[in-house]
Design a protein around this ligand. Structure first.
Ligand code: NDP
Length: 289
């Protein structure tokens, strides 16, 4: 992790994710040589949404890189819910498939996301979205933790700051980011405040935070002046601007001048998500080490 100036350090997710992939690659090589099954990840993509197609391509490429066997199941948008459920049923029964990932969002018409997520066997639910896995996290006994929140916690741990007793302010309450991050930080004894679009005095909340996690999808909503001296800032947002560049939910330059640690966009949280997916797949195949 490198320092842009004396006080602020960049939480380099790209670098950390690469380290994790290298460790996984070595672990998989050794495990397979010792007779363990090759971890297998099935990806299911319904339709041809360009952003989803890119995410899936990246996931398949990362599987190859570390030695996870990849099984890709593309379905036409017109395939329908029954065909999708049949595909998942087949993958649930396939012993070579240890993890199943259905790329979200599903096309709006004709699909029930809840029913699809519930149809994945909890022990193959490497995205951690099945209600049983979400419930286990809520009860403080996590099994499969959703990949982006798991990556966020790993980045915060990288600072080696003791999380216990710190005030963590989370912006965004989605099931895939905000809520699981809150549970993970509660599990580390942080004092957690959850903010959302109806929160009043958002700026005040952020000013009082030792740890800020911004996952709202609003470009640079969090101003640098809102950040308290020495805070840890995790920017989950990925917002594409008209000129094609990406910005986060935090105004980076201003925030970096106040924070002790900050994630860049891109190259912060994003790369950690796939690394955690690969880690969850290895755990699904071999159990937690
Ligand atoms: P959602 O749209 O599901 O949730 C957004 C949340 O932000 C909601 O809880 C919403 O509140 C809240 N919100 C929206 N506007 C404001 C505002 N002005 N003030 C306070 N809160 C607000 O988004 P996701 O959680 O799926 O994603 C959030 C961001 O993270 C996006 O930019 C997304 O692209 C990115 N992302 C990045 C990933 C990565 O790997 N790096 C992975 C997943 C997401 P309310 O509930 O009241 O509507």
């Amino acid at each position: 992790m490198n320092s842009p100036c004396n006080r602020t350090s960049i939480l380099d997710g790209k670098h950390l994710a690469k380290q994790i992939r290298t460790q996984l690659k070595n672990r998989i090589k050794q495990g397979v040589a010792e007779g363990l099954p090759t971890p297998g990840l099935a990806t299911v993509l319904v339709g041809e949404d360009p952003a989803s197609s890119v995410y899936i391509r990246n996931k398949i490429r990362s599987c190859k890189e570390v030695g996870v066997e990849s099984f890709h199941e593309p379905l036409e948008e017109s395939a329908g819910q029954e065909m999708l459920l049949e595909t998942i049923k087949r993958l649930n029964q396939d012993p070579k498939v240890h993890g199943i990932l259905v790329q979200l969002p599903l096309p709006r018409a004709g699909y029930s996301e809840v029913e699809v997520l519930e149809s994945i066997l909890p022990q193959k639910d490497v995205d951690g979205f099945h209600p049983l896995n979400q419930g286990a996290l809520f009860q403080g006994e996590p099994r499969f933790v959703p990949c982006t929140p798991k990556g966020i916690l790993r980045l915060i741990e990288e600072t080696q700051v003791d999380i216990a007793g710190k005030k963590a302010v989370i912006l965004g309450r989605s099931n895939i980011v905000g809520k699981p991050v809150a549970q993970l930080l509660l599990g580390r004894n942080a004092t957690v405040v959850m903010c959302h679009s109806r929160t009043q005095r958002l700026e005040e909340e952020v000013r009082s935070a030792d740890i800020v996690v911004a996952a709202v999808g609003v470009p640079e909503l969090v101003r640098g002046s809102w950040i308290s001296e020495g805070a840890i800032v995790i920017d989950v947002g990925i917002n594409r601007q008209d000129d094609g560049t990406l910005v986060g939910d935090v105004a980076y330059e201003g925030a970096a001048s106040k924070a002790s640690w900050i994630t860049p966009v891109p190259g912060g949280v994003g790369p950690m998500t796939i690394a955690m997916l690969l880690e969850n797949t290895v755990e699904a195949a071999w159990g937690v080490s």
